[in-house]
Design a protein around this ligand. Structure first.
Ligand SMILES: [Cu+2]
Length: 162
């Protein structure tokens, strides 16, 4: 039940979160990527606008390219939105979708926690089975906060497997 509810909430938040993912990609040196066509249409569609990433900024620290069939270590960086300082001691919950955000909702396995590596970084390993896009749904729960606050700080990070 909790997962079903999460997926529904993710759909609502994903249009805004996708922009963050593309900003993250652009910041990592790939300047050619543009937001997907149709995104503005989705945002104009009268959907509920989730307050995405209220307290934190979630960035993809590792390379966004993976090799199909090989294990990749994916590292995220979590910064305080106000101070830009690394955030520590958080729970970072990951869900992986095969495909771009909102295209498939084909979730691979269950949700799991990333491991804290210090200095605001959190990582996990993942083996993409096939080529194509993968969306990392990252949710941050601040220390002392309840599980249901996970949607307050959420980003969708796009990766590609070749
Ligand atoms: Cu998401």
């Amino acid at each position: 039940m909790a997962i079903d509810r999460l997926i529904v909430l993710s759909i609502a938040g994903v249009a805004v979160a996708s922009i963050l993912a593309f900003i993250a990609l652009s910041a990592s040196g790939n300047g050619g990527l543009q937001p997907l066509d149709g995104m503005s249409g989705m945002m104009e569609g009268g959907r509920m606008q989730m307050p995405v990433s209220k307290d934190v900024i979630i960035l993809l620290e590792s390379e966004y390219e993976m090799t199909a069939g090989e294990q990749s270590e994916v590292t995220l960086k979590v910064l305080d939105k106000q101070t830009n300082e690394p955030m520590q001691g958080e729970q970072v919950i990951i869900g992986i979708e095969k495909g771009l955000p909102m295209t498939t909702m084909d979730m691979i396995g269950g949700m799991f926690d990333a491991s804290e590596k210090g200095n605001g970084t959190y990582s996990f390993v993942f083996t993409p089975e096939s080529e194509g896009y993968y969306t990392i749904h990252a949710h941050v729960i601040l220390p002392g906060k309840q599980m249901h606050s996970m949607m307050e700080n959420h980003a969708d990070l796009v990766m590609v497997s070749r």
